[in-house]
Design a protein around this ligand. Sequence first.
Ligand SMILES: [Zn+2]
Length: 263
Amino acid sequence: MRLTFLGTSSGTEPWPGSRHVSTAIEAGGGVYFVDAGEGCSVAAHLGGLDLLATRAIFITHTHMDHVGGLPNLFWTMRKLGLIAPVKPHALTGRTVRLRIPFLTAWEGMLQMLRHTQGGFALDWSIDAAEYADGEIFRDDHLAVRALHNTHFGTPEPGQPWRAFSLRVESAGRSVVFSGDTGGIAELVPLVGDGCDLLLMETGHHRVEEVCTFVRDAALPVGRLGFTHNGPATMRDKEALRRAGADILGRDILIADDGLTLEV
Ligand SMILES: [Zn+2]
């Protein structure tokens, strides 16, 4: 699978050269998104991704830095369908799946979209659903498993978890996305027997501490990467790349907007 980092910033103040977090995955001719921060649609389209090949969108939690670009992503997909040179276009008659831990947030966005243009009528459909721990998606090319984390603390008894980390698998390769998390230790079950890439956030956690944990726990991670970067990481990525490599004994990845990566 091929990853494109559409946005690598945490929910901090607007930062030059970086948008809020969103990562696109190309697999089996389809496009999938993990989180949909501001501007993910323009970044994807101008970056050469085919939005009409979108199959599913996975939201880790409904904070604005993870969903701010979601309505615009759907709006842009609809627009591209309307102006597609070939009709029916690639999305016609198909269903795009949205997996989101708080459906009420999506219903609000949909309400807004219905008042933007043409009643937001589609010749394709959106299947939106909340999810819980376990497998939340599978098609012929990609599977996603979710595990709750404590980014929102622990819910009251009887209330659902609303923040998740995700493990994405495709063609025998695997990527674990931290989402926003209470800590790297929460990701250990998703790493399991190993993953090819672990993407950890630095909006709430420090690169050095994460590298130290991965080293000391001998976490079976092929490559350790960082996204959803907070100001402390953005300010000096090069120094942190060196510090992380010193701790871990191998290179780490601190993602920049626009980076593409074959996993
Ligand atoms: Zn966030």
